[in-house]
Design a protein around this ligand. Structure first.
Ligand code: G3I
Length: 340
């Protein structure tokens, strides 16, 4: 059963391609080390690449015209994800009419600058366009399948990993009672993964959620789903841990939680990291999360949910690595040190 999962050749090819890219990164890093007299890499992306990982940021295309924003992105990050422009409301505002302008802009920017692109997100209960919200039964099912085919098909070959399904569980481990769950029943998540596999056989396919920063009822329900998918050959490759955190977060089982998913046979990714707070307390949380990822072989990378505090969805909590003037914060130094 597990071998069936490994045997799906297309995914194997993509892993090999990224391994080659990582090896190239290592060669570059080795050359830099040689010429720089054994200094550690001094950007987030280059430091992550030394262990074959990525360090990414959620990006908004409208900010790419701002020099501080784009210069920081290009200097520090080697992966990007769309904060909003690849979601259902942005990509299919009317049924069957797709708008890829924002996503295409991000992909072009990434490819011109040697960055990977994560895909976020194909199916989610939030940010659905209005026309989806009134659909029922098989009509909604067909709309979901057509959406996945349209978007994942358009970006096929450009995406390292897709958040196929986002936030489908409640804190107590039950399924979220969204329109998808109520109209389509329990099978809708695996139907989405099968459709994504067909549309883009090369992207790794992830389930992504928040509140999974510990071994708890929610993460255990997701763990059980992944184990079941793997046992039945449903195409899932990775689990995204959003990690929207604060300085009070209990991270005592954070690494063990990542490791138990890795031990099941999927990659794990930190997909939306941000930490409300400031100073050393904030830096320590960032350090703990980064060290946890570095300690888990199958933790393939970290994405922070934005570049600068001023554009964060929780900007009043100053949760990111760069302040509003793109100055590096204490948290930045903690992450860089942990990556190195
Ligand atoms: O694009 C419209 C714009 O036309 C309009 O004038 C404006 C007025 O409010 O709204 C704009 O849309 C907003 C969009 O961000 C782009 O700025 C939406 O109202 C707003 O709801 C949306 O918020 C995003 C949120 O997801 C949606 O739920 C945040 O930027 C984004 O950071 C956040 O990201 C989510 C992840 O996708 C999933 N995990 C949690 C994370 C944080 O909530």
């Amino acid at each position: 059963m597990f071998n069936d999962h490994l045997a799906r050749g297309a995914r194997g090819r993509v892993r090999a391609a990224f391994a080659t890219a990582a090896a190239a990164g290592l060669a570059v890093a080795a050359a830099l080390t040689f010429t720089n007299n054994a200094q550690a890499a001094d950007t987030l992306g280059a430091s992550a690449a030394e262990s074959g990982r990525y360090f990414g940021a959620a990006v908004v295309p409208n900010h790419l015209g701002e020099s501080g924003y784009v210069d920081t992105l290009n200097a520090e990050f080697n992966s990007i994800v769309a904060e909003n422009v690849m979601k259902w409301d942005a990509t299919e505002p009317n049924r069957g009419q797709f708008n890829f302008s924002g996503g295409d802009q991000l992909v072009a920017h990434a490819q011109a600058n040697g960055m990977e692109v994560r895909g976020h997100t194909l199916v989610w209960h939030a940010q659905q366009p209005g026309w989806v919200q009134g659909l029922t039964g098989d009509d909604l099912r067909q709309a979901m399948l057509d959406h996945i085919a349209g978007v994942a098909g358009h970006y096929a070959g450009d995406i390292s990993s897709w958040d196929v399904v986002n936030e489908a569980f409640e804190w107590d481990g039950s399924r979220r009672q969204s329109n998808l769950q109520q109209q389509l029943g329990d099978g809708w998540i695996e139907e989405a993964f099968w459709a994504a596999d067909q549309a883009d056989p090369n992207a790794k396919l992830c389930y992504n959620d928040y509140g999974t920063d510990a071994i708890n009822a929610k993460s255990t329900a997701i763990y059980d789903m992944v184990a079941d998918f793997l046992a039945r050959g449903v195409p899932i490759d990775c689990v995204g841990f959003q990690s929207h955190l604060s300085t009070g977060a209990d991270l005592s089982t954070y690494q063990a939680n990542l490791q138990r998913f890795a031990d099941l046979g999927v990659d794990v990714e930190i997909t939306e990291l941000d930490v409300g707070g400031s100073g050393s307390a904030q830096a320590e949380v960032y350090r703990t999360v980064t060290e946890a990822c570095m300690a888990v072989d199958r933790c393939t990378g970290i994405t922070v949910w934005g570049i600068t505090d001023k554009y964060s969805w929780r900007s009043d909590e100053t949760p990111l690595l760069f302040d509003g003037d793109y100055q590096k914060k204490e948290a930045y130094s903690a992450v860089l040190a942990a990556l190195n």
